[in-house]
Design a protein around this ligand. Sequence first.
Ligand SMILES: [Zn+2]
Length: 99
Amino acid sequence: MKARRAITITTQSDEAIILRSSKATTAVNCPQCSVEVPMFSPEQAATLFRLPLRQIYRAIEAGQLHFKETAGGAVLLCLNSLKQLPSLAGISSSQNQNR
Ligand SMILES: [Zn+2]
């Protein structure tokens, strides 16, 4: 049950990220979730989730991430969709199983 283990690990690290970053987080009404969720700029998301910025943009283009454009033209990414990124789970499990 490798998959289940990976999901548990991912959830734990997500919670740590949320706690650490809660001060800097903006709660925005995600158009796709229809609820208020913390939303991040692509740069913030890349830092928080330790992903290459390019991968974030690729996920946006692939429709894997919810996003909202602000009036100023900046893009905000929905935390819910960030947590569901398949590549994010892959990174967590590869750290754990890396031998
Ligand atoms: Zn969302």
